[in-house]
Each structure stands twice: as structure tokens, then as C-alpha cells.
Write a protein that binds this ligand. Structure first.
Ligand SMILES: [Zn+2]
Length: 203
């Protein structure tokens, strides 16, 4: 189902194909990205991750929020939590973290696992401009911010039954979109082409 709107790239004037319900669009002519906010086209940086392995199935690109932050851990009562193991930080740590938050519809457990795995491994050091399209963008910036907090807390909480206090501050520095390759398998299974995580799309 296509809604063929007469949308033109604000930067280069190329015609853009916009599907019904698309909330972002990427100009394959010049690499500009736009987010539709109240029918306005607002600039947003869009880049892509290269697949790190080949697999069977059609290759498609799904959008993640790629969010650069600075985190200050203000207080926590337990030690040995996942954050200190993962980042080698002491109590009262202060560090930069890039969150990878799926912006497409997928089951909550899968969304959480994808976000945790990609954020912990930071596997896309240098995203690139690709001549391809992105489909299925549904979660906006405010949703993404809440998911960043959820993921940060889950990093700390999951390895510890004893967490009593955990206070932090997240400074959101930039919001970009990252297209991540997925292989479409049989039975609605999707497998990402960077870390190889599979999930079943219920749709
Ligand atoms: Zn353009």
C-alpha cells in the first residue's frame, strides 16, 4: 500500500517515495534524512550499518535510534553491577554511551534484547550512507528516551538482586537514525546482519 505523496527532498529537490505511516524518509540521491513532525520535514541524520556476514533471505534495513549520551551515575548501593563490569567504571562513574534503540515494531522482549546487545557491544563504529530504503519507523524521540532509561536500568539491575538505589542523569547529546540490516527468514523470523540476533515478527 503506497501513498504516493508529492514529497520533495528539501536539500536536493529529488522526488521521495513516502509510504503510508512512514515517519521518516531518506533521500537516496543526496543522503539527507527527514523526520515528519506535524507534517513538517525536519532534518535528521540517517546512516546505515553494513552487514557483517552473509546469510539466506532478503536483506532489508530497519531503523534504530542511534543516540549519543553522557551518563553520570550519581549513586548506587550495590557494587559489581553490570555497568561496572561492562565499562570498567567505578562508583559515581561518568561516561559516554551510544544507545541503539529499535524504532520499529517488534515484540518487547526482542526489542529489549536487541537494544541491550547493540548498546553493550557498540558494533557500528562508522555508519555510512547507503542507497537503500528504511521501513517500519514507529517509535519517536520521546519513546526512545524512555527506552534509553529502561535499558540503562536493566543493565544495572539484571545482574544484581540487591540493587536498592540507582540514581543517574542522562544527557542526550544527539539523535540520529541507524539503518540496521536484517535477513528475512521463513516463518516471519528476522535475523540482524550485524550481531546475528534472531526474533520472530508476530505480524
Ligand atoms: Zn536529496
Amino acid at each position: 500500500m503506497f501513498k504516493l505523496e508529492a514529497v520533495k527532498c528539501k536539500k536536493c529537490g529529488s522526488g521521495l517515495l513516502v509510504e503510508l505511516n512512514d515517519k521518516i524518509t531518506y533521500c537516496t540521491s543526496c543522503g539527507s534524512g527527514f523526520e515528519f513532525i506535524n507534517d513538517e520535514m525536519v532534518d535528521i541524520e540517517i546512516n546505515f550499518a553494513a552487514a557483517s556476514f552473509r546469510d539466506e533471505g532478503e536483506l532489508i534495513y530497519k531503523p534504530f535510534w542511534f543516540i549519543k549520551t553522557h551518563i553520570d551515575i550519581l549513586e548506587r548501593t550495590n557494587t559489581g553491577g553490570f555497568i561496572s563490569k561492562m565499562f570498567g567504571k567505578d562508583q559515581d562513574a561518568s561516561f559516554d554511551l551510544i544507545f541503539y534503540i529499535p524504532a520499529f515494531q517488534c515484540p518487547l522482549e526482542s526489542l529489549k534484547y536487541l537494544a541491550q546487545s547493540f548498546t553493550a557491544k557498540n558494533p557500528v563504529a562508522s555508519p555510512q550512507k547507503f542507497n537503500t530504503k528504511l521501513t517500519g519507523f514507529v517509535y519517536g524521540k520521546e519513546d526512545a528516551k524512555k527506552l534509553c532509561e529502561f535499558i540503562l536500568i536493566s543493565f544495572e539491575a539484571e545482574k544484581s538482586d540487591t540493587m536498592k538505589t540507582f540514581s543517574y542523569r542522562i544527557d542526550f547529546k544527539s539523535f540520529e537514525i541507524l539503518g540496521v540490516p536484517f535477513y528475512k527468514k521463513a516463518n516471519n523470523v528476522l535475523k540482524d546482519g550485524v550481531l546475528g540476533i534472531e526474533y520472530q515478527d508476530k505480524q
